[in-house]
Design a protein around this ligand. Structure first.
Ligand code: ZN
Length: 243
């Protein structure tokens, strides 16, 4: 199951009970974040989710209300004893923006890996996430993201038994590794079914309605499209969804 939380949906000004833009997902012990406005740490804490498993943070663009929470968040992740590298993804200029913010968060106990987006559409595979970044239309360079989590096929127990593969070897095959028994090689495709439909979440914010959004949102299990100028009384504060 994939948990998705819109930690904040406010624009420009964090309000009591309504934080600036940030989305966080949790899946299988890993977390991913999109944008990190001022106050995001408080929203994570309110939600009761952990800082340590955040493996990837994607930025849509570099307006302050989408990124100014980063230095404090990095320090908190450091205090949570994270040692594994953390990957940051964002439009061109990511290195410059992050090193400026790092002036006030210079020492971190983990490595930061930076991926700058330069094309209209880019695909990345990071920490088990298949990420499609697509450039949308805002006053500054801005990207939307589709996050997909693929699901492998079902393990065919009967087939494995039929082939005489001992149970102790099943785990390796389920994780994509071939095994050799009595000089005969057994490959995962011999016992794994066809890949099952994974989960896909598409997120975009601050953009004019452009075709590339609907192209990328196609077949999403969840599509989140934030707009700045909505109708009064229809603001979303914090929402948790599981798919
Ligand atoms: Zn903006």
């Amino acid at each position: 199951m994939l948990d998705v939380c819109l930690l904040g949906t406010s624009g420009m000004l964090p309000l009591p009970g309504r934080w600036l833009t940030s989305l966080m997902t949790r899946y299988n012990g890993s977390s991913l974040m999109i944008d990190c406005g001022e106050g995001t740490q408080i929203a994570v804490k309110q939600k009761g989710w952990s800082f340590n498993p955040i493996d990837v943070i994607c930025f849509t663009h570099y307006h302050a209300d989408h990124i100014s929470g980063l230095p404090g968040l990095l320090l908190t992740i450091g205090n949570s004893d994270r040692k594994k590298p953390l990957t940051l993804v964002g439009p061109k200029g990511l290195g410059r923006v992050v090193s400026s913010l790092r002036v006030i968060a210079p020492e971190l106990p983990f490595e930061l890996k930076l991926i700058e987006l330069t094309n209209q559409q880019e695909h990345l595979s990071i920490c088990g996430y298949e990420i499609d970044a697509f450039r949308v239309n805002h006053a500054v360079i801005c990207y939307g993201y589709s996050i997909s989590i693929p699901r492998i096929g079902k393990f065919d127990v009967e087939k494995a038994k039929e082939l005489g593969i001992p149970c102790s070897m099943w785990n390796k095959l389920q994780h994509g590794t071939a095994v050799t028994i009595d000089d005969k090689e057994y490959t995962p495709d011999m016992v794994m079914g066809a890949a099952r439909k994974g989960l896909k979440v598409t997120y975009c914010t601050d953009s004019r309605p452009v075709q590339i959004i609907s192209d990328n949102a196609k077949e999403s299990d969840l599509f989140i499209c934030e707009g700045m100028y909505g109708e009064d009384g229809k603001e979303l504060r914090q929402r948790n969804i599981s798919i």
